[in-house]
Design a protein around this ligand. Structure first.
Ligand code: PMP
Length: 290
């Protein structure tokens, strides 16, 4: 496996970063997770745009342009001969001293990893997922805005630990005010009266690329999406519920906190969007092997 590290493709064993890197010391940095489908990198431009928006929000200046990073990403995938897989791009603050001050880190670290993808078992997509709500609240946008895809994922990891203890693969996180925010690594949708509802970004959720794709695919079907705050009551009484994310894709949710949704089976609109999504990912994307 070849890893892109600061402008060079190096073997995995040589892809090493300093222990003084503020990404390691403080989680100071940003990242992206991207899919490769059938030799094409799905929504690569959108992911790079979000990465640069996250970097800008934390006042981190990437050492390469978006176009250069796009090319480096394509080259990394090609060097690893992958047709289907998962890419992780990381830009950390870089090496500094033991203090917090980012001004002591003149050179951000850029890493691109292209690997195989670990996915949920097929059964989860056929039968749907049972999830819970965890007590860990999603970060307040006033403290650390979840719109930023930062390396500081401890909030989500604390929620994931709660999910693990309850033996479920994902969990709902509420905002500080008690509205449904998102899952630990996915966005959430409910379906009510044939309309999609998903939490608005200002509530403090990641502007998911899959979320946006689903909104667009639904629109093509004439299905309206509303971005508005909702509570657990709305989830429990929803007609359908599903999660979206790059790794997870679209996962039907059939039970939340012991309450069955749609009689415990994946809903009609969810299944339709899953089908549309799978067809769409085959067509869309930046070609790696031209
Ligand atoms: N929310 C969080 C907290 C995430 O980590 C992710 C995965 N990157 C998502 C939502 C889904 O975003 P996307 O569809 O862009 O992968």
């Amino acid at each position: 496996m070849l890893i892109y590290l600061n402008g060079k493709l190096v073997p995995k064993e040589e892809a090493k970063v300093s222990v003084f890197d503020h990404g390691f010391l403080y989680g100071d940095g940003v990242f992206e997770g991207i899919r490769i489908y059938n030799g094409k990198i799905f929504k690569l431009k959108e992911h790079i745009e979000r990465l640069y928006a996250s970097a800008h929000a934390i006042d981190l200046k990437p050492p390469l342009t978006q176009e250069e990073l796009l090319k480096a990403t394509v080259e990394t995938v090609r060097a690893n001969n992958l047709r289907d897989g998962y890419i992780r791009i990381v830009i950390s603050r870089g090496e500094g001293d033991l203090g917090l001050d980012p001004r002591k880190c003149p050179n951000p670290t850029v890493v691109i990893i292209a690997d195989k993808i670990a996915i949920y078992p097929e059964e989860v997509y056929k039968k749907g997922m049972k999830i819970i709500t965890v007590s860990t609240r999603r970060n307040s946008p006033q403290a650390l805005n979840p719109n930023i895809k930062s390396l500081n994922y401890l909030n989500n990891i604390l929620a994931k630990i709660e999910a693990n203890r309850a033996n479920v693969p994902e969990a709902i996180m509420l905002s500080i005010e008690g509205y449904v925010a998102e899952a630990t690594g996915d966005n959430i949708f409910i379906v009510k009266n044939k309309k999609l509802i998903t939490p608005p970004l200002h509530l403090g959720v990641l502007p998911g690329i899959t979320r946006q794709t689903v909104i667009e695919l639904a629109k093509e079907r004439g299905i309206i999406s509303e971005e508005k705050p909702f509570t657990l009551y709305d989830v429990y009484t929803a007609d359908e519920c599903f999660l979206t994310g790059t790794a997870a894709e679209i996962v039907p949710v059939v039970e939340v906190d012991g309450r069955e949704i749609n009689g415990g089976v994946p809903g009609e609109i969810t299944l339709l969007l899953m089908k549309d999504f799978h067809e769409y990912v085959k067509k869309e994307g930046v070609e790696v092997y031209k």
